[in-house]
Design a protein around this ligand. Structure first.
Ligand SMILES: Cc1cc2nc3c(=O)[nH]c(=O)nc-3n(C[C@H](O)[C@H](O)[C@H](O)COP(=O)(O)OP(=O)(O)OC[C@H]3O[C@@H](n4cnc5c(N)ncnc54)[C@H](O)[C@@H]3O)c2cc1C
Ligand SMILES: *[C@@H]1O[C@H](CO)[C@@H](O)[C@H](O)[C@H]1NC(C)=O
Ligand SMILES: *[C@@H]1O[C@H](CO)[C@@H](O)[C@H](O)[C@H]1NC(C)=O
Ligand SMILES: *[C@@H]1O[C@H](CO)[C@@H](O)[C@H](O)[C@H]1NC(C)=O
Ligand SMILES: *[C@@H]1O[C@H](CO)[C@@H](O)[C@H](O)[C@H]1NC(C)=O
Length: 434
C-alpha cells in the first residue's frame, strides 16, 4: 500500500510492432530450456541468454525431481555432499543472476530444477485456497483456478514464470487495493525444503502458515533459504475486468499518480518522457455478468518474426554507432502511435481492438505471453537468444509513494534539458509504474 515500483527498458521497438502486426499469422517457437547439460557440465542462462554481468553460470550436475519426496532427496544430496545448490525453473526469467548457485567453481555447484515438478493443482473451494507445487507455470495455474469458478486477484503481466520463482522474487502486477498487486501477499501458507542435521537426513520439509515468524522470509527468499515445494494461495470468486488506456499529456503526472492508483483497482501508468506522454490504465473489476470476452495479448509478449527482431536490432545498432538520437526519436514516436492504435494488445473479441472499454475475464486480462506457446521456427519471443533479436537493459526501482513525486519531477528536469535523451527508453517498454 505504500510504494510504487518503476521499471524501464532501453532500445527500439516500433518497427518490430508494426511489421509484426502485418505478419501476425506466423506462429512462433517456444523458448529453449535455460538449463543445458552435457556429459561434463550444466550451463544456466536466463531467458535473455545473458546475465547482467554477461558471464554464464555452471554446475557439474542437475537433478529433476517430480515429487516432494524427490525434492527432499535432492536437497539432502546437496547438503550431504557440501554442494552449493540453487533451484532453477523451466523458465529462468529472472533478470538478475539469482539462480546461479555461487561464484564458486562448478565442481561444488548443483542445480535442482522444478521443470518436472509441475503436476499438482488442488482447489479447496470451501476455503477459497489453491495449493500448487512449485514448478507449476503461472498460465497453467490461472486457467485451472478460472475453470473452477475462481480468479487469482494478483499476478504479473508475464506468464512465463513458475509459482516458486515468482513468489521467491516478489513478482507483481499492479494494485494498491486489498492485499495489493504482489502475489506473495496473497500466499497463506507454503512448504519449503531446508537443510537439516545428519540425524534428520540432511534435509527436512517445513510447513508454514501466516503466523509463522519465518513466513515472510520464506516467501521472498530469492532461493537462498531452501527449495519451496508447495504454495497455498488465496483465490476469489471469478470476476471480469474493464480496461481503458488513456494516452494523454504527462502534465501533472507527479500529482495524479496517487489519485489514479486509489481510483482503479488495477491501475498502472506508462510514461514516455521524450514524447511528453503518460498512459493511464483505467482498470476496474466488473461483475461476471457484464458482457465482454476480451483478451489482453500484450504486444511486447507476442511472437515476433525472426526477420523483424533482427531488423530492429540492426537498426538500433546503426543508430547507436552513428549516435543518431533523432532516429531513435522517430521510432519512439512511431512506437507510441502504434501502441495507441492497438491498445497495447487489448482485443475486444479476442482478435482485434475495436474500442474502449475492453471487458473480459480476469484470466485473460492481466497476464499474457503468447510468444511462449507458439511453435514455428520463423518467429519467437523478440528477445530469444537463438536469434540476433532484441537485446536490452532492464531495471527496477522502488520508492515510497510519498516521495515518488520527487522522482517524477527529477526525471522531468532531466527530460527538459534534452528530451531526445529519453527517446531510447521510449522505444521499448518505456517507464512502467506499478
Ligand atoms: C519478459 C519478462 C517479463 C516480466 N514481467 C514481470 C512482471 O510483469 N512483473 C514482475 O514482477 N516480474 C516480471 N518479470 C520478472 C519475473 O517475474 C521474475 O524474474 C520471476 O522470478 C521469474 O520466475 P521464474 O519461475 O522464471 O524463476 P527463475 O528465474 O527460474 O528463479 C528466480 C529465483 O527464484 C528462485 N526459485 C525458483 N523456484 C524456487 C523454488 N521452488 N524454491 C526456492 N527458490 C526458487 C531461483 O533460485 C531464483 O533465485 C518479467 C521477466 C521477464 C523476462
Ligand atoms: C559441455 O558444455 C560446455 C559448456 O557449454 C563446453 O565447454 C564443453 O565443451 C561441453 N562438453 C562436451 C563433452 O560436449
Ligand atoms: C548427480 O546428482 C544425482 C542426484 O540427483 C546423484 O545421484 C549423482 O550421483 C550425481 N552425479 C554426479 C556425477 O555427481
Ligand atoms: C484522459 O485524461 C485527460 C487528462 O489528461 C482527461 O482530460 C480526459 O478526459 C481523459 N480521457 C478519458 C477517456 O478519460
Ligand atoms: C448482473 O447481475 C446482477 C445481480 O447479480 C443484476 O442486478 C444486474 O442487473 C446484472 N447485470 C447485467 C448487465 O445483466
Amino acid at each position: 500500500m505504500d510504494s510504487c515500483s518503476f521499471s524501464f527498458t532501453f532500445g527500439i521497438w516500433w518497427l518490430l510492432a508494426v511489421t509484426n502486426h502485418m505478419i501476425q499469422s506466423i506462429e512462433g517457437r517456444s523458448p529453449e530450456s535455460p538449463l543445458q547439460c552435457n556429459q561434463t557440465l550444466c550451463t544456466l542462462h536466463n531467458s535473455y541468454g545473458k546475465w547482467g554481468d554477461r558471464k554464464d553460470c555452471y554446475a557439474l550436475n542437475a537433478t529433476y525431481p517430480t515429487t516432494e519426496e524427490e525434492l527432499l532427496a535432492a536437497v539432502s544430496f546437496a547438503v550431504k555432499n557440501n554442494l552449493k545448490a540453487k533451484v532453477v525453473t523451466r523458465f529462468s526469467h529472472t533478470i538478475p543472476k539469482l539462480a546461479c548457485p555461487a561464484d564458486r567453481a562448478a565442481q561444488s555447484s548443483f542445480f535442482i530444477s522444478t521443470e518436472r515438478y509441475n503436476r499438482q493443482i488442488q482447489i479447496d473451494a470451501a476455503n477459497s485456497v489453491v495449493t500448487v507445487v512449485a514448478g507449476v507455470g503461472l498460465r497453467q495455474l490461472i486457467d485451472a483456478v478460472e475453470a473452477a469458478g475462481f480468479s487469482l486477484v494478483a499476478s504479473p503481466y508475464w506468464e512465463g514464470v513458475t509459482i516458486g520463482g515468482l513468489i521467491s522474487t516478489g513478482a507483481h502486477g499492479s494494485s494498491w487495493w486489498g492485499k495489493g498487486g504482489a502475489v506473495h501477499d496473497h500466499v497463506v501458507g507454503l512448504s519449503i525444503v531446508v537443510p537439516a542435521s545428519q540425524s534428520e537426513g540432511y534435509a527436512k520439509i517445513l510447513r508454514m502458515e501466516a503466523y509463522d515468524p519465518l513466513f515472510k522470509a520464506a516467501k521472498l527468499s530469492l532461493g537462498v533459504l531452501g527449495a519451496i515445494s508447495k504454495v497455498n494461495l488465496r483465490i476469489e470468486p471469478s470476476f471480469k475486468r474493464s480496461i481503458t488506456y488513456n494516452f494523454t499529456s504527462d502534465v501533472g503526472l507527479e500529482d495524479l499518480y496517487g489519485e489514479h492508483a486509489k481510483k482503479y483497482e488495477f491501475a498502472d501508468i506508462t510514461w514516455y518522457p521524450s514524447q511528453h506522454t503518460a498512459v493511464y490504465r483505467y482498470d476496474s473489476r466488473v461483475p461476471l455478468n457484464t458482457s465482454g470476452n476480451a483478451v489482453f495479448d500484450f504486444i511486447g509478449f507476442q511472437a515476433t518474426s525472426t526477420l523483424v527482431s533482427e531488423a530492429v536490432r540492426a537498426t538500433e545498432t546503426m543508430f547507436e554507432k552513428s549516435k543518431n538520437m533523432r532516429g531513435k526519436c522517430v521510432t519512439a514516436e512511431g512506437t507510441i502511435a502504434f501502441k495507441k492504435a492497438t491498445a497495447n494488445g487489448l482485443k475486444n473479441n479476442g482478435i482485434i481492438f475495436t474500442g474502449y472499454p475492453v471487458i473480459g475475464h480476469q484470466n485473460k486480462m492481466q497476464t499474457s505471453g503468447s510468444c511462449l506457446t507458439s511453435s514455428s521456427i520463423l518467429s519467437s519471443c523478440a528477445w530469444d537468444p537463438r536469434i540476433k533479436g532484441l537485446f536490452f537493459y532492464e531495471s527496477t526501482a522502488i520508492f515510497p509513494a510519498s516521495i515518488f513525486r520527487n522522482f517524477i519531477l527529477d526525471v522531468k528536469k532531466l527530460r527538459d534539458q534534452n528530451p531526445e535523451y529519453f527517446c531510447g527508453v521510449d522505444n521499448y517498454n518505456e517507464q512502467m509504474m506499478h
